[in-house]
Design a binder for this molecule. Sequence first.
Ligand SMILES: *Cc1c(COP(=O)(O)O)cnc(C)c1O
Length: 430
Amino acid sequence: MKYLSTRGDTPPTDLSRAIATGLAPDGGLFVPESVPHIATSEFDSADGLAQTAGQLLAPFFAGDALAAQLPDIAAAALNFDAPLRALGTPNDYLLELFHGPTAAFKDFGARFLAATMQRLPRESDRPTTILVATSGDTGAAVAAAFHRLPGFRVVILYPDGRVSPRQAHQLGCFGDNVVALKVDGTFDDCQQLVKQALGDTGLQAHVPLSSANSISLGRLLPQMSYYAQVALAHHRRHGRSLNFVVPTGNLGNALACILARAVGIPIGDIVLATNANPTLTEFFAGDEYRTRAGIATLANAMDIGAPSNFERLRWLYPDDVKLRRAFTAIRVDDDTIRETIARRYRQYGEILCPHTACAVNALERMRSDGAEGDWAAVATAHPAKFDSVVEPLISTRVPVPTALAELLNRPARAEKISVDYGTLRARLLA
Ligand SMILES: *Cc1c(COP(=O)(O)O)cnc(C)c1O
């Protein structure tokens, strides 16, 4: 399998190369040259997430130097569960993606990316610096995945004061080869600084850089696995396809679900739940696609005004009319997020993080509009990561999972920097 760019101006590229490069040289996103089809019977003997990923991703790795190592990469990276649990409302489920080391779904992609990059041939004997801008969860997942990995350093940029206190603690608690920089600016400012560094060839002559943002194929592809695992199991057990509501920011997680369906996994409808940021809901309601600055909401990991994977969605659905027909996007504002968290706890004892609450509320609205069948809302983070939002709404303490508690017990430290490329450059060279 070779990879092409969504912008059409990059020669066919191997998967290893595409993962090492991140963004295609023409500024587009790498996509497979064709969408493989996999018969569901291929999964009959797959036991667990890593083996499901091995089957599912084999055609995407075919012909690549890393193809033979795919089973090892999957086993090393995807070593925690993604359980499907019944919700209090009939035929509704929660797909829990928060059982990894940093309690958000970003762990699946970040760990797979690290396991892949670790096995790529090294182009220099200097360590590779993984530079990430994060609105909260990506940075911690990437830091955990690359922590103490020889040959790598991680530099995280996050907007000071705009991530939850526990997210900030997680970003600063690793130390060793992980540096946390709190930027006196917005997430967009952080992203801009990262872009500038990645485009700075003078800097990269001294400091080999790589990114780990959500456009990386090394993160996107493994995220298909949990959708495949639960949808196949559900189909085997009930003879029906499972439908999904995915809380969406940059469209990475949702695109993984869409790709899993495209290769033949029995997945029904896929609905995108957003926070108050209107880019996607306006497009799907019929307006021209228009990006804008992200606005701050309680579901901060989805505060995105320009979803980076939208180009990949348009590659799969080149006709906007058909694209709009294929998906629904539902917008959930902060008041509704609060109301949903409080009510689901009161009525069913369910504790939801603000992102997950967007999906559950979107599902509730669809049910009241007559949606039938079996639906899974995707739980993208553990509510304990957002205790400062969730606890006042439910008037009780959210139990902290062991892995998260372990991180919160470590001391944390971050260096403050202003939105100034010169400062970042000097810090990277130091
Ligand atoms: C990153 C994130 C999202 C959004 O995922 P995308 O792939 O960017 O759409 C949703 N919820 C949580 C908790 C996240 O960390």
